[in-house]
Design a protein around this ligand. Structure first.
Ligand code: B12
Length: 544
C-alpha cells in the first residue's frame, strides 16, 4: 500500500501586492531538503511554493492538497514569510482541524512560543531539519509520541517544552535535495520575462550575459551553519557555531546533473558562509574548470576568508565563474567589530573587495549602522569605510543599512534593555518591513548620520549611472565628491539634480530604470514609518 501524502508549503518571500514579484531563481530549498527523506521512503511529497502564485491561489492549492494528507509543514524567516506562512496555516487548520501541522526554519527556531501559542502547530522543529523531520514523519505515521524526538519544541500546559537537544550532523547523514519534486518551468518562465531584472531580490545579470538581460538561475545550498560568533546574528544560537558542508565532489556531481537537466546560467548559493574551508572552495572552483562546467555563481564569503585564501584559489574562483562575492563587512571600526565578534580589523574589508575587484568579481558588501549603543562617530566611520571601499574597488557595490534587532541574538537582549519594543503577534512580526528601507528601531541613527548615509546613496547611485542610465556631468561630479570625501554641497547638489532630472525627463522621456543595487525596490513586506518614508524620499531623488 502506498504511503501517505505530506504537504510542504514554502511561504511567499515578498508581499507581491506592493510591487514586482520575487526573483524566480529562489527555489524552495528548505522544502526540497526536508522532503528528501520522506520522498525516498515512499511518501507522496507535495511542495507548494507560494512565490509562484497569488496568496489566495497558493493557499487554495495547499488546502486542497491537504485533503487526505498525513502531515502539513511550513517554514519561514523573519519578514513576509512569517505573515504568509501564518495566513496559510490558519486556512489549513480551519479546513483540516485534525491534520498534524508542524513548522521549522529560522524564525520558528528562535521564537517557538509564538508559533505554538497560535494553536496551529503540533511541533516546532528547532535548527537543522532533515533528520528531525524524518523522525517526526515516522512518529506521526505510527501515531507515536513526539516527546522522544530530539530537537523539537512542543506546547504543553500553555508553555514550551523542549525535547532533548539535537546535535548538528554532517552531510554524510543528509541527502541531496529532492529536485524532482518541483517543476522548474515556472521558475524559468518568470526569469525569462524582459523585466526580470526588476524582480525583488534578483541578483544582477552576469556581465558576460549583458546588463539587465534575462538569465536563468537557480539557488543551491551546500553548507549548514556558520562558525562566526556575530552578536547581531541568530546563527550562533541556532547552529551552535557548527558548520557542516557538502564535499566539493558531491556538489559538483549534483550541479552537473542539474545543469544537464535544467541548463541554467547562474547558481546562487544560499549558504550562510560558503567559504569557511579554503580546501573545499579550491576543489569546487578547480572542479568546475576541470569538468568544463559553465555557469556563473555567487556566494556569501567572509572578508577574512578572502584575505586568508591563496591567490591562486581566488584566481580559480573568478575563472570558474564567481561573479558576485557577498561580503558582510558589518562595521568600519575595530571597536565595533570587536563587539560583533568577527575577526576583521582596520581596512580588511577594503582589501578583500580589492582582491575581488582585480579579478573582475563584484564584491556586494553590506555594512550596518545603529547597533545597540553605537555612537554617531562610529557610524560615520562605517559610512566612510564604505565610501573608501567604493573608491578603491570600482566594481564593488558597498551599502550601509540600519541595524535591525533579530531575536535569538546577543544584541537582541541589548536592544531590549535599551528600550526596543518588539512586535508581539505573528502578523506584526511579519509586517515590520525591510531593513533595506526602514529603520526597524527608529531614533537610533542621529540625523547627521542619516543625512551622510543619504548623501552617500545619492552620490553613489549617480556615479553608477543608475539615475539617468548614463555617465555625464552629474555622475562625474558625484564620483569626484566621493573620491575627495567632500560633502559640503551635498544637500544643495541633490536638490539641484532633482530639479534638473525632472526637467530632463520631461524634455527627453526615458523608461524607468532598474536600480538593483542601491535600491529602494528591495522591499519584501508591508510596514513603514516616517523614518522610512523620509529615507525613501531621499533615495528617490536619484531614482530617475
Ligand atoms: C539565503 C538567506 C536569505 C535569502 C533567501 C532566504 C530564504 N530561505 O528564502 C534572502 C536574501 C532572500 C534573505 C532575506 C532575508 N533574510 Co536571510 N538568510 C539567508 C541565509 C544566509 C541562508 C538561509 C537559507 O536559505 N539556507 C538554506 C536553507 C535550505 O537552509 P535553512 O533555511 O537553514 O533550513 C534548514 C533548517 O532551518 C530547517 N528548516 C527550515 N525550514 C524548515 C521547515 C520544517 C518543517 C523543518 C522540519 C525544518 C526546517 O531545516 C533546513 C535544513 O537543515 C541565512 C543565514 C544563515 N545563518 O543561515 C539568513 C537568515 C535566514 N536571514 C535572516 C533574515 C533576518 C533575513 C531578512 C529578514 C533580512 C531583512 N530584510 O531584515 C530577509 C527576509 C526576507 C523574507 N523572505 O522575508 C536571518 C533569520 C532571522 C530569523 N530569526 O528569522 C538569518 C538567519 C540571518 C541572520 N542575520 O540571523 N535571506
Amino acid at each position: 500500500m502506498s504511503k501517505k501524502k505530506i504537504v510542504l508549503y514554502q511561504p511567499q518571500q515578498v508581499d507581491a501586492s506592493i510591487g514586482p514579484p520575487a526573483s524566480g531563481d529562489m527555489l524552495p530549498l528548505e522544502m526540497l531538503t526536508i522532503g528528501a527523506f520522506p520522498d525516498r521512503e515512499g511518501y507522496q511529497v507535495v511542495i507548494v511554493d507560494g512565490s509562484l502564485y497569488t496568496p489566495e491561489e497558493a493557499h487554495r492549492r495547499v488546502v486542497e492538497a491537504c485533503e487526505g494528507a498525513l502531515l502539513y509543514a511550513t517554514t519561514g524567516i523573519l519578514g513576509y514569510m512569517v505573515t504568509d506562512g501564518f495566513a496559510c496555516s490558519t486556512k489549513v487548520k480551519a479546513r483540516h482541524p485534525r491534520l498534524p501541522m508542524v513548522i521549522g526554519g529560522w524564525f520558528a527556531s528562535v521564537r517557538p512560543e509564538l508559533q505554538l501559542a497560535t494553536g496551529l502547530y503540533d511541533a516546532v522543529v528547532l535548527g537543522q531539519g532533515e533528520l528531525a523531520f524524518r523522525e517526526l514523519v515516522e512518529a506521526i505515521a505510527a501515531g507515536a509520541s513526539l516527546e522522544t524526538i530530539p530537537g523539537l519544541a512542543l506546547w504543553r500546559d500553555q508553555q514550551v517544552l523542549r525535547t532533548e537537544k539535537r546535535a548538528v550532523v554532517g552531510w554524510d547523514k543528509v541527502l541531496n535535495c529532492a529536485w524532482h519534486l518541483i517543476d522548474i518551468e515556472p521558475y524559468r518562465a518568470r526569469q525569462a520575462q524582459s523585466d526580470s531584472h526588476k524582480h525583488i531580490l534578483r541578483m544582477p545579470t552576469p556581465p558576460a550575459i549583458g546588463a539587465r538581460k534575462p538569465y536563468f538561475g537557480i539557488t543551491y545550498f551546500s553548507s549548514y551553519g556558520c562558525p562566526e560568533p556575530c552578536t547581531f546574528c541568530c546563527s550562533p544560537i541556532v547552529t551552535d557555531r557548527r558548520w557542516k558542508a557538502m564535499p566539493a565532489e558531491r556538489m559538483l556531481d549534483d550541479l552537473a546533473a542539474l545543469q544537464e537537466r535544467w541548463g541554467f546560467d547562474t547558481v546562487r548559493f544560499h549558504d550562510a558562509n560558503f567559504g569557511v574551508m579554503q580546501k573545499r572552495t579550491k576543489e569546487f572552483a578547480e572542479g568546475l574548470l576541470a569538468r568544463g562546467l559553465k555557469f556563473w555563481w555567487n556566494a556569501f564569503i567572509e572578508t577574512h576568508s578572502i584575505l586568508s585564501y591563496k591567490s591562486e584559489v581566488l584566481d580559480a574562483m573568478a575563472q570558474s565563474g564567481l561573479y558576485v562575492a557577498e561580503i558582510g563587512a558589518e562595521a568600519g571600526t575595530n571597536e565595533m567589530m570587536k563587539k560583533i565578534g568577527k575577526p576583521i580589523k582596520d581596512d580588511d574589508n577594503i582589501a578583500a573587495a580589492v582582491e575581488m575587484d582585480k579579478r573582475g568579481v563584484c564584491a556586494s558588501v553590506t555594512y550596518i549602522i545603529g547597533y545597540p549603543g553605537e555612537q554617531a562617530d562610529s557610524m560615520i566611520a562605517t559610512i566612510d569605510q564604505c565610501r573608501r571601499l567604493h573608491v578603491a574597488a570600482p566594481l564593488a557595490r558597498p551599502t550601509v543599512w540600519p541595524y535591525r534587532p533579530i531575536p535569538g541574538t546577543v544584541m537582541w537582549d541589548q536592544a531590549i534593555s535599551l528600550g526596543y519594543q518588539p512586535p508581539r503577534s505573528l502578523p506584526e512580526w511579519g509586517s515590520i518591513g525591510e531593513y533595506h528601507l526602514e529603520e526597524t528601531w527608529p531614533g537610533k541613527i542621529p540625523p547627521e548620520v542619516a543625512l551622510r548615509r543619504k548623501l552617500y546613496q545619492h552620490y553613489v547611485t549617480l556615479s553608477y549611472g543608475l539615475a539617468r542610465g548614463k555617465v555625464g556631468f552629474w555622475e562625474k561630479r558625484a564620483e569626484s565628491r566621493l573620491r575627495d570625501n567632500n560633502w559640503s554641497l551635498g544637500v544643495l547638489e541633490a536638490r539641484a539634480f532633482e530639479v534638473y532630472n525632472r526637467i530632463e525627463r520631461k524634455l527627453f522621456p526615458r523608461p524607468e530604470l532598474s536600480r538593483s543595487w542601491v535600491d529602494p525596490g528591495h522591499k519584501t513586506g508591508t510596514g513603514g514609518n516616517s523614518a522610512s518614508r523620509s529615507s525613501k524620499a531621499m533615495t528617490n531623488t536619484t531614482a530617475g
